[in-house]
Design a protein. Structure first.
Length: 188
């Protein structure tokens, strides 16, 4: 579930990950061999094969989580030895989508969170948090594998604080430019 949020992945993309899908990003050496995740089972367009994409690591904490899983906990599953799957289960070489969704639902229910909250909501949160952190919207769109910016925009639910800060920055910039123009400072 942490990987779903940390890389903004869909449920199918998460369960289809293999150890071979983890890679080094030479532009972010601080993430070691977990600087990029190669998604091979992205959502397909009508009638086409699954879309592939590279998702860059943006959260330092996510590397530590994945290192702990790959370096220790994964090996505790007997099914892991014969599988290249990143997420083996107790009975199968690969976790299935239903089990992942059910586990999320059980955590949600135990915490008393609304039924409307699904695992896919973590993907929406990922998009929103990157936008609020100042990442370029095109970068965010590419990270989540959307063909259109309008789709990414539907995922984005920024906070009222963010909207207020954004408006204040725009207004402050406009006022500064107007003052500069009026006093002749912009002439040169």
């Amino acid at each position: 579930m942490k990987a779903t949020y940390a890389w903004g992945l869909r449920r199918r993309e998460v369960i289809k990950l293999d150890l071979a899908d983890l890679g080094h990003n030479p532009h972010a050496p601080e993430f070691g061999d977990l600087g990029v995740i190669y998604v091979r089972w992205g959502k397909a367009s009508k009638g086409s094969a699954p879309k592939r994409r590279s998702v860059l690591t943006v959260f330092p904490w996510s590397v530590k989580v994945l290192e702990q899983w790959v370096g220790g906990y994964r090996a505790l599953f007997e099914t892991a030895a014969g599988s290249g799957a990143l997420w083996p289960s107790e009975r199968s070489p690969r976790l299935d989508m239903g089990a992942l969704g059910d586990r999320f639902a059980s955590y949600r229910d135990a915490l008393g969170l609304p039924q409307e909250l699904t695992l896919h909501c973590l993907r929406h949160s990922y998009v929103t948090h990157l936008i609020e952190a100042g990442y370029d919207p095109l970068f965010v769109q590419q990270q989540v594998g959307h063909s259109y910016a309008s789709t990414t925009a539907l995922y984005t639910s920024v906070s009222s604080d963010f909207r207020t800060r954004t408006l204040r920055n725009v207004l402050d910039g406009a006022i500064s430019r107007a003052i500069s123009a009026a006093t002749g400072e912009g002439l040169g």
